[in-house]
Each structure stands twice: as structure tokens, then as C-alpha cells.
Write a protein that binds this ligand. Structure first.
Ligand code: NAD
Length: 354
């Protein structure tokens, strides 16, 4: 390794990460070392002597890992994702700047949410296998027209808005809930902001697009499921812990939930992104979920398009370039805010918008 180069320890590296980051790195010529292991307190010492660490959604950047990175001389943590609920920002505050990729392709995620919905509703996942077995019966594959039905969208940021536009294109009525409603968007499009209870009571389909926070954790739980319309579809491409999976399973068993499209799962970090086909599936909840033919699970792949991977690589390396050259970290995250809205607390002075 050329010791003059800025050194990046890249955790949880997959072949597609290498391909896109190597191509983008031709502009910068950083010394990137790819580690296949996820970043945890056990693997954190691998970052010793590196200038930067690049991590992803299922890495565990708790207090111990932050302490370890700081004492190893790491100067910046570059998350190559939008969400940062896996980073202890209180531990990193003032010691380790954290940057992220706030938007890489909201279209990719919104389109995947629609793919899950359409597959569930029209049973194309089951039809595919039937026809391959030369079973041309359509019994049991009955769906319903989305046209005229009600969609509830929770979280109306970048992804939620794109999804709502697609659903409006289907002729659905769209109800929305957000901490910060965008009334101008509502006026322009005809969607309606309502409270969560109305979303739960009136929707035929609910799609989750808010971040995981203490308030949103387990927002889909036994109580909210109990008041939902019978046969509702729940789509989650956001974060697994938004749904209490045990309550979801009960809702499926009672027939309240007509189908679930899940790109995320609360205990996904042990499984998602990995080939475990030679191992026993010891997570009983995940095993139970896979037994329902009206549950469609994908392995956190909503973001996985060429455009998104290319944007992730370019923003991440540009974030690091900002740091090296002493520019403002426009994609920095501070303990009080994500840098995209006025900071609700005492600004850290570095990453918060003034
Ligand atoms: P965004 O920041 O543009 O939008 C999030 C919205 O949620 C904002 O409008 C915010 O006001 C709202 N919100 C915050 N707290 C809320 C609360 N308590 N209740 C309701 N709304 C609340 O983010 P985005 O780019 O649209 O991404 C949304 C989520 O999608 C991310 O947080 C991330 O978890 C997830 N995501 C998943 C994938 C994937 O591959 N599956 C990829 C990217 C992002």
C-alpha cells in the first residue's frame, strides 16, 4: 500500500461495491482496502492505521466501535447509505465526523416498494412457479384493482413522494402521515395528510417510508394492526424495527393482514446480504415468515440499481474529499439533526446548517 495515499477501510464489502467504488476511485486514487467482514466491535481493530472507515446499513457502530475507531486514528466515518440508526452519534459527537449519502436513488426504493405490492396483489411470485411446473390453474391467485383503493404512506420525504406519485398514477386515493407534512405537495397532487389512526383504519395498502427513531420503532404493532382493514397489504422498505414482527405474524394468522412485502426485517443483520443456503435457519420468526405464501421477503435490495450504486460511490468518495480538503461536510450528520432541516438542538457547529 502506498503510505502517502489517504487510506480507507471498507467494511462489509461485496463484489458490486468493489466494482462501483473502484471505478469512482479512479478520480481520487485513495488506497481502499476491502474487508468482507461487517464492522463490529470484534472487527473494528482492522481499521487500525486507516484514515477513514466506510460502513453500511448492518454494520454496528455503537459506542465501543466508535471508541475503537477513534483510538485507531480513524478521522472520518463515511456511511455509504442514507439511514444512520446503527451509528451512536452521541459517542461520535465532536470526535469522529460522520457523513452519509442522503439520497442515492429514491426512485430505486419507491419502485421496489411498488414491485412488492404488485407481486403480492397479483400473486406473480406464485404464478411463476406454477407455470414452471406446468400448473396453469389460476385458482387462489385472485387480486384486486389498485385503482380506486386507498394507500396510506407513512413518511413523505424523497422516497415517499415518488411512491405517492406512482400510486396516484394507478388511480389510488393517497392518505399520508409525516412529522413535517408538505402541504404544498398535498395541494399540488391531491394527497391528504391525516393522523396515523386514519391511515391504519382506512388504508387498503400501507407503505412505510419514515426513518427508524424511538417514536417510529414498532409503529406497526398489535394495537395498530387490530384497527386495520381486513386484508390490508403492508409494505416495508424502510427499516425492520418499524414493525413488531410477532404482531405482524399474528395479524397474518388472523387474516387481518392480507399480505406483507418486506425488504427489511428487524433481525436482518444476521442474514440479509449473505448466502446462508448451506446453513440452518435458526431465527424462528424469520422461518415462520417464510412459510406464508402472502409474505414476500427481499433481502434489503430496494436500493440495488446501477444508478443507486453509482451515486453511492460518487457521493461517498466526494464526502471524503470534502473532509480532506477542509470543506463544509454538506452530508455530515450531527447528534441533533441530519443536516437537512434546521437543527433542533445546540448546533455542533460543523455539520449543522446555520
Ligand atoms: P427522507 O429523509 O427524505 O424522508 C423521511 C421522511 O420521514 C421525512 O419527510 C421526515 O419528516 C419523516 N419522518 C421523520 N420522523 C417521522 C415520524 N416519527 N413519523 C412520520 N414521519 C417521520 O428519507 P428517504 O430518502 O425518503 O428514506 C426513507 C427511509 O427509507 C430511510 O429512513 C431509510 O430507512 C429507508 N431506506 C431504505 C432503503 C432500502 O434499500 N430498503 C434505501 C434507502 C432508504
Amino acid at each position: 500500500m502506498n503510505t502517502d495515499k489517504f487510506k480507507i477501510a471498507f467494511f462489509d464489502a461485496k463484489p458490486y461495491d468493489r466494482a462501483f467504488f473502484n471505478a469512482e476511485n479512479e478520480k481520487y486514487d485513495y488506497a481502499i482496502t476491502y474487508f468482507e467482514s461487517r464492522l463490529t466491535k470484534d472487527s473494528a481493530p482492522l481499521a487500525n492505521g486507516f484514515d477513514a472507515v466506510c460502513a453500511f446499513v448492518n454494520d454496528d457502530i455503537g459506542e465501543e466501535v466508535v471508541d475503537s475507531l477513534v483510538s485507531s486514528g480513524v478521522k472520518i466515518l463515511a456511511m455509504r447509505c442514507a439511514g444512520y440508526n446503527n451509528v451512536n452519534l452521541y459517542a461520535s459527537h465532536g470526535r469522529l465526523p460522520v457523513v452519509r449519502v442522503p439520497a442515492y436513488s429514491p426512485y430505486a426504493v419507491a419502485e421496489h416498494a411498488v414491485a412488492l405490492l404488485l407481486t403480492l396483489n397479483r400473486n406473480t411470485h406464485r404464478a411463476y412457479y406454477r407455470v414452471r411446473e406446468h400448473n396453469f390453474s389460476i385458482n387462489g391467485l385472485l387480486g384486486f384493482d389498485l385503482h380506486g383503493k386507498t394507500a396510506g404512506v407513512i413518511g413523505t420525504g424523497k422516497i415517499g413522494k415518488i411512491l405517492m406519485n406512482i400510486l396516484l398514477g394507478f388511480g389510488m386515493k393517497v392518505l399520508a402521515y409525516d412529522y413535517y407534512p408538505d402541504e404544498k405537495f398535498a395541494e399540488e397532487t391531491g394527497i391528504e395528510y391525516v393522523n396515523l389512526e386514519r391511515i391504519y383504519r382506512e388504508s387498503d395498502v400501507i407503505s412505510l417510508h419514515c426513518p427508524l427513531t424511538p417514536e417510529t420503532r414498532y409503529m406497526i404493532n398489535a394495537e395498530s394492526i387490530e384497527i386495520m382493514k381486513r386484508g390490508i397489504y403492508i409494505i416495508n422498505t424502510s427499516r425492520g424495527h418499524l414493525i413488531d414482527t410477532s404482531a405482524l405474524i399474528e395479524g397474518l394468522k388472523k387474516g387481518i393482514i392480507g399480505g406483507a412485502g418486506l425488504d427489511v426485517y428487524e433481525e436482518e443483520s444476521e442474514y440479509f446480504f449473505e448466502d446462508k443456503s448451506d446453513e440452518l435457519l435458526i431465527d424462528d420468526t424469520l422461518a415462520r415468515l417464510t412459510t406464508f405464501n402472502n409474505v414476500l421477503i427481499t433481502s434489503h435490495q430496494a436500493f440495488f440499481t446501477e444508478e443507486a450504486l453509482s451515486n453511492i460511490a460518487s457521493t461517498t468518495l466526494h464526502n471524503i474529499d470534502d473532509f480532506i480538503n477542509g470543506r463544509k461536510l454538506v452530508n455530515g450528520i450531527c447528534v441533533n439533526c441530519d443536516g437537512s432541516k434546521p437543527c433542533p438542538g445546540k448546533p455542533c457547529g460543523k455539520n449543522c446548517p446555520k
